[in-house]
Structures are given as structure tokens and as C-alpha cells.
Design a protein. Sequence first.
Length: 571
Amino acid sequence: MAIPRLVVSYGQVRALRVVLVAVVVCVTLVTMLRLHNRAPEPSIYDYTEGRTAPWRDWRHEDNETHANSPEGRFLKQLIQKHDLTNEVTWSARVVEPKFGGGRVKSKRPSVTEVATRLLERDFVNTRVADADLRLGLEAGEKLKLPVAGAKGITVDASTLLFGVSTTYERLVYADHELIRDWQSWLTNGNGKSNGASLLLTLHKSTTEDELEEVEETLRSSGIDATVQLSKGGDDSASRYIDLLQELRSHSATLKGKTFIGLVDDDVFFPSMGKLIQKLSKFQSDKQYYIGAPSERSDWAIETNKTITYGGGAVFLTLPMVEQVVKSPCMHSDSASPLTTDLKTRVSSPHSQDFHTGVQWDLQLYECITKHTSTDLHVLPSFFNPEQGELYSTVDGTGPIDEGYASGAQPLTLHQYRNVHRFEAGKGHLVTRVCGEDCFLQRFLFKDDWVLVNGYTLSQYPDGVDTVSLKHKKISAQGEGDEAQKVVVGKRLVVDGDQSDEDSKAIAWAGRKRTWRLLDARVDESGEIWQAYVKRKDGGNQFEEARAPGDRIHAEEERTDKDSIVILIWKP
């Protein structure tokens, strides 16, 4: 039997080719579209300790968590939002701030020792699927903590005009997370301005619609802001030269502004009342140039002298602004020679524009010191070179430079997200209940727990103690009386007033378990709910704090589940 031959006409072949070409084109287009819509590389504000999913209403029965207690609903939302393990260990405590009593009066101590336990109950193992999560907090005794300062002090920041230069992309990242941080120090916490004004310039091809969107977002957040397009280049030096000129003009349209603040967009002011008090000591009708560096990274060593350029936070009186803008180095046509010279030097490591080589606060310092007789007055936060540095000794027996956990009340935080992976706005939220002085206040409890309010909770199972630093300094140059005095640059005037009489370091041997602030929320009654987490993998950056050769402090244990401590601050 003959097998019939399959005959395909020319028209059919041509149609088949068209179909194949169409399929290839479609596949190519779909692939390109997916690549185009692929999530961008993580921003510097993206980090492992948190997610940016929208927060749901955890206080009401009708939400989707179906838990029977407020702490249960809060816990389930944390697990869902932050991708915690389905099974966690957790505990909680209700906290009530105590003002003006006990050992805390007008001055915040380095460590507040509390004669009670932090946790009344052991940790509870819980699965996210459990319907009934209760710790009986309503029947428990409130933890009364003596806090520094006073409650409800209104900060009047009407003398301040801030200038920031950044990009549209940084502002809108994670649902305007950066703007929410600015609310902490540019508003009164109730949706109204605290009197401070902001001039914001955006660069990198920002459109008019984006300018209007950002300005509307700032104003709806309670921030008194004006947004403009930057006329400077991509480097921070030229942008801030332009910004200073704009601030000079803008200040003429505002009443009562006596200090102009030039700041990086990743600077946070946790103590506006203290900052205003510090600035008020300078006569606003005189020429003053003031820097507010945060920590050791905001300082540099030049010709064996310790020097800073302000740490991304610089304040000028109006007469100083007038003097600076007239200087030849503040004009774009003459900035290049100075810029070229500065590129050969070591730039400040704190910059948000590492690729430029020259930072705005460095150029401003060079300009002012070269063309005026004005010195830089320095208001230090965590690090004061005249008081020495704290390092762990090689064998691990000495105190560690604790940074945010040092007990100091800072004027500024710098690169808190990018470097320290810390959401300062969430940590600072507790000040609505206990006042701005209680932020980062340290509490040492009877059961060997240490709370750094709004930052960390640490447990020391093998015991913990405090070491007075009044008569003992451990520095890079020596110890005690043998320590060499730090030489500060001659054009710097360090105005730090933090006495070391009460300064203490946390000392321990053995294990340390650290829970870091994961989230914080305010409910309709004004309570502040803080959640501190210890991830299942352990660590929580503890290893970064250990000195080389440290054989005294053991590594944190690894676990197979996340652990959470919830603190509920009552107003």
C-alpha cells in the first residue's frame, strides 16, 4: 500500500513562518517587559531587620488575625509583616513612665538601675496559627520606669530653617519612609509643624509633577516645607553651594529665622529641645559656624590632629551666611580649583555620595577657614575627642565602645539606616509617652536585662555590671593616667558639656542575647507598642561589637525560631 505524500503549499509555508515570527516577537516582548518591571536593586534604606508592607489594624476584633487579645493581634501582625518564623517565643510587659521621681530628676543618668525584674513571665512558645494568644497583661503589675526630663514639653523650633538636598527616588522609597523620619523632628507629633521650616532641593532630572507631589506629601505630614529643583550638579558639594544660596534668599521671606541648618538627608535630630538649647548659647546676630557630628566616623585624622567638618549637620547664623555666600569659593565659576585640590585629600567617610570624592561639609569648612577668621564650634553627640575613646582591651576584659547603646543623649544620628540599620523614627516614637529625653535611655534591671529605650533589649544570663569611667579611660593612646591627650585641630572649638562623672559602661562575661527594635506603633489611646526581636540565626550585629581576640564574651546561641519581646508604654 502506497503511503500518501504530504504536500504543503507555498502559501501554507509562508503562513507558518509568519506565525513562528509572531511567537518569537511575543516571547521577546514579554521577556523585555518582565526585565523592565523587575524590582530595582535594594536602596541603601532597604535592610534585613524590617519589611515595608502596609500596617493593618491590629487593635480590633474584625481584622484578619482573629486573635483574642491585643498583644496576640499585635504579635500576629508582626509575624506576617516581617516574615518571622511561624513559631516564635515571646513575652510582653506593660510600662508606665515615672517623671521626676526616684533617682531621676533633671539630669539623665548614664544607666538607670531598676530594682525590679523586666519580665514577670517566662517566654511562651506560640504558633502563628494559634487562635488564642494571651499573656494576661491586664492582670499584671505595670513596670514603672523613672525617666529623664518631663512629659509633654512643647518644642518651639521656629528659629530654625533647614536645608536638605536629595533625590525624588530616595524620598518616595518604601512609601516615603524618609519623610516619616523627618516628621519626628520637624513636627510636634500631632500633625502640626513645630515651627521649623525646610527648604528641600531635588536633583537628577526631577519633574515638576514630582516636585509638587513631594511638597504636598511634606505639607500633609505637618512639615513646613518648600521644594525646589536643584541648580547644582550631581556632586554634593555643588548642590549644597546652590542650596546655601537658595537658603539665603528663602530666609528673607520668613520671620524669626536665626539659624540656617545644612544637613544630609540621612541625619536625624532626636533631641530638638536640647539642640535648640545648645544653639541659643550662640548670639544669632554674630557670625557663628557650628557643626554637630554624631560619632567617631564623622571625625578624621589630619596631620596627627583630630578634626571634623560637621558630620553632615552644620548650622550658620544669618550674618555667617551673608559672609560665606560672598566668598569666592562659594561661586560655581571658582569652585573648581578648590574642588580639585580637595580631591587629593582623604574625604569624610560618612558621605552619601562616595563616588564624588569631595563632600559639601568638607568644602564648606575649607571655604570658611580659608576666607574668614571664624572657627568651627563643635557640638558632639556620641563621640567627644576631648573625653577620649573607649575600646575593648585585647583580652576582652575592658568595656566596649557601645555607640547608640552608650547611654549618651545624642544631638544627631547620622547614617542611622545605612550604617546602623536602625529605624530611628520608630525608636523615637516612644518619646510621645515619656518625653524626648527617654529615647536611648538605658535601664539595668534586677534580672540582668538592659533596655536601651527604642533601640535594643539585652539579656546577660551570666551576670552584668556597670563600670564607672570617672577614673578609668581606655584609649588608643594608653590607659588611665598614661593616656595621651587627643590633639584637636586648631580651627575647632569643642563645646561638649557631657561630664564623665556619671558615665558608665556595661561590663559582662559570658553570654549576651540581644533583641533589636523591629517595629513600633501608636494606638488610638496613645499607647506605644514596641516590638524587639532576636532572629533565629542569632547575632544581631553582636559579633561586630566584639574586639579582636575577645575570649571573655561567648557567642550568642543560635536557635530555630525567632523571639519577640513586646513593651507597651502607657501614656
